[in-house]
Design a protein around this ligand. Sequence first.
Ligand code: FAD
Length: 294
Amino acid sequence: MRFIRDIHAEKEATGKPTISFEFFPFKTSEGEETFFDKTLPALMTARPDYASVTYGAGGSTREKTLEIVERIQNDFDLTTMAHLTCVRHTQAEIGGILDEAAQRGIQNILALRGDPPPGEEWAQAKGGFEYASELVSFLRERGGFGVGVAGFPEGHIDCSEGRDVDWHHLVGKINSGVDLIITQMFFDNADYFQLADFLGGQGVSAPLFPGIIPVASAAQIKKFSTMCGATLPNKFVSRLDSLGDDAEAVREYGIEYATGQCRELLERGAPGLHFYTLNKSKSVLRILDNLGLG
Ligand code: FAD
């Protein structure tokens, strides 16, 4: 497989956006079957440039991430990045996971601090890392991996000093040696453009890929946005509320909203689009089709 930075450079040279899909490990074998037999084959028709697979906060799905990344790469010939977090890991354990990743042919890692398991506060593991930037440095010292990180257009929820301080921390993290940045979901493109301008002003040249989530359910998006501190614009919430329990209408609105967001992002220079697929294909395919990228 390839480094995502090389895939992106090639894509950029053709004037086309880099398109990526994010997945999470399945909880059941039925979920795994549906994903590999139906969801991923459907998504592959859009010819994505790469994919990524999240890393659980704890529990059994953690061990699945590398396995799923390897299977996507081998069975679908699609470069896939493994997310890795600092939660409850010593440096030695992280070293072991990276050895295994390399053995499985994985070349790209999204280096994250990670979210603590539900109900717990973030705590640095004994012998582990406090910030994602330390994991980035560790990866760079080890060598052999392309490295991505997370960025937060509205500032990170835990950064009590506010958005600008968080963005300065982000620059420090990027300067530890990063190939790409993927943003948290956001619903007002102004937040993305402000972060992009700030990073440009700080001399950052790594691509900032906007993270897009096609809304499938009002209750779910309200829960996600509260958890990660992403603001839902009033107009957006009013429209969702007006649709009530009509799941099909909510999904259609989600497609319409995300299409508008993506169109403006690309027109105004975003280097690509990273879709939080929630392991589903229909909305993402419709959005790409609307954009003429299907
Ligand atoms: P960091 O960059 O370490 O930042 C964490 C906090 O520390 C921020 O508030 C920052 O401002 C502050 N900070 C950073 N450096 C310093 C410093 N030097 N001094 C003081 N403060 C500092 N979570 C998962 O558990 N698994 C996943 O697979 C996963 N995938 C994600 C993918 C994307 C694209 C995104 C956007 C998020 C993902 N997350 C995932 C969530 C992420 O792990 C959490 O948001 C986490 O709380 C922050 O991670 P980070 O890597 O940005 O942390």
